[in-house]
Design a protein around this ligand. Structure first.
Ligand code: GUN
Ligand code: ZN
Length: 441
């Protein structure tokens, strides 16, 4: 297959800016040579063009090319209920999320929701997502089928619970195991799909249910695990009452054997030092969801304490407790919330925000050898941010005098409208439509 040469100013974070200096790599007028969906060579455009004169050139000058965004916590069945404001977590679940999730018992409804959800990811430049699925196995088949059509990378699983939600959403440990096994055998490793064992949270999962999840993890050791942890004080209090023998919330998962390097815990707002220590020892990740934490009033994520304990942190939108699919907005909100920390503030730079939206997510999914940056050998998963003509972002970018300044402007001003094109494994998965006047919509 003839390699393609992409010409663009690109930025990426092949290093971790929380640990290393100069983590932001910038290539002005750069080239990326793509063959078989993989980056074969990268550097200065003129030099690459001279070395590969026959490679067709795709000109992406204007704007910035970034690695595709990686959303490490987002709920597929909640796309239609984004924007339920004014409630704390448990009320919001009862009034907004769970009634909608019950509707996915209907496979036709589920397929339409899946399509809207995947469209929302692609339009916002998200190329990989760790997706909290539906309680219904049929809705997961619809999801994985639609995901294959979309071209996106998804790590997703059926959500399982056996108490305290609504009857329609409950299952038994035996059924959860059987349906999970069938879904893993059908979908895990098929194309760009992977499976994540997903008890909703310990509040809605008995010990028997967590044991059924652990049995799946033992039988299929390369699948992922995800759940919620320490999001809201009333939730934590309830979990304490349900697991009187557990040391704390994390221990409810740990005792079942659910902690590992592919375990991602969403929120982790009120996590204790003991829990952080155990998470780090097991190489678990936290998915920080700042828009959701703000909207549901869950609290200020203690990023500094996670980092000090050695817990890996990535970002998630938490749609629909979160307020949309934009990882740019999520990064900006993460920055805002650090600004609001009374003590223990982590001063996030634009490089940190890019890292949290890209390579950090790849590492949380243990996919850092395949995606997350523009290193040679990585898949060409990319988002081309090019502001719409006449937009504020276009004006601001014209005056940015440094790469970090450009990135900061993208985070402060960028929206879905600025996402011009998106690729996964070299395949285009989104192309911004244009109005007749040429203005982006
Ligand atoms: N905890 C259990 N379920 C959910 C959910 O759907 N959203 C959030 N934010 N937290 C949860
Ligand atoms: Zn969530």
């Amino acid at each position: 297959m003839t390699p393609m040469l992409y010409r663009a100013t690109f930025m990426h974070t092949p290093l971790d800016p929380f640990r290393e200096a100069d983590a932001l790599h910038v290539q002005e007028d750069g080239g990326l040579l793509i063959g078989g969906g993989v980056i074969r060579s990268s550097g200065d455009f003129a030099a690459l063009h001279a070395a590969h004169p026959d490679a067709p050139v795709t000109d992406l000058r204007g704007g910035v090319l970034l690695p595709g965004f990686i959303d490490t916590h987002v709920h597929y069945p909640q796309v239609r209920i984004i924007g339920g404001l004014g409630m704390p977590l448990l009320d919001w679940l009862d009034r907004c999320a769970l009634p909608e999730e019950a509707r996915l018992a209907d496979a036709t409804y589920a397929r339409a929701v899946a399509r809207e959800f995947l469209g929302g990811l692609a339009r916002n430049g998200t190329t990989t997502a760790l997706v909290f699925g539906s309680h219904f196995a049929g809705a997961m088949d619809e999801f994985f089928d639609e995901a294959a059509t979309s071209g996106l990378r998804t790590v997703a699983g059926q959500v399982v619970s056996d108490r305290m939600l609504r009857g329609e959403l409950h299952t038994t440990p035996e059924r959860a195991y059987a349906e999970g096994k069938a879904l893993i055998e059908r979908w895990h490793g098929q194309g760009r799909a992977r499976y994540a064992v997903t008890p909703r949270f310990s509040l809605s999962a008995s010990e028997g249910m967590l044991d059924a999840c652990a049995a799946l993890m033992r039988e299929f050791p390369d699948v992922h695990f995800t759940s919620h942890l320490n999001e809201n004080r009333a939730e934590i209090q309830t979990v304490r009452g349900l697991f009187p023998d557990a040391r704390d919330y994390l221990d409810t998962y740990d005792r079942a054997g659910l902690l590992g390097r592919r375990s991602v815990f969403a929120h982790s707002v009120h996590t204790t030092d003991r829990e952080l220590h155990v998470m780090a020892a097991h190489h678990c990740s936290a998915a920080h969801c700042p828009c959701s934490n703000s909207s549901l009033g869950s609290g200020l994520f203690p990023l500094g304490r996670h980092l000090a304990a050695g817990v890996h942190v990535a970002l998630g939108t938490d749609v629909g407790g979160g307020t949309g699919f934009s990882m740019l907005k999520e990064g900006l909100q993460a920055y805002f919330m650090q600004q609001l920390q009374a003590g223990d503030r982590v001063a996030l730079t634009p490089a940190h925000l890019l890292y949290l939206c890209t390579r950090a997510g790849a590492q949380a999914l243990d996919l850092q050898d395949h995606i997350g940056d523009f290193g040679v050998g990585k898949a060409f998963d990319a988002v081309w941010l090019r502001p719409g003509a006449g937009s504020t972002l276009e004006a601001v970018l014209q005056h940015a005098d440094s790469a970090p300044g450009t990135l900061a402007a993208l985070y402060a001003n960028g929206t879905q409208a600025d996402v011009a094109r998106v690729w996964v494994g070299g395949d285009p998965v989104y192309d911004r439509p244009h109005t007749p006047s040429g203005t982006a919509v």
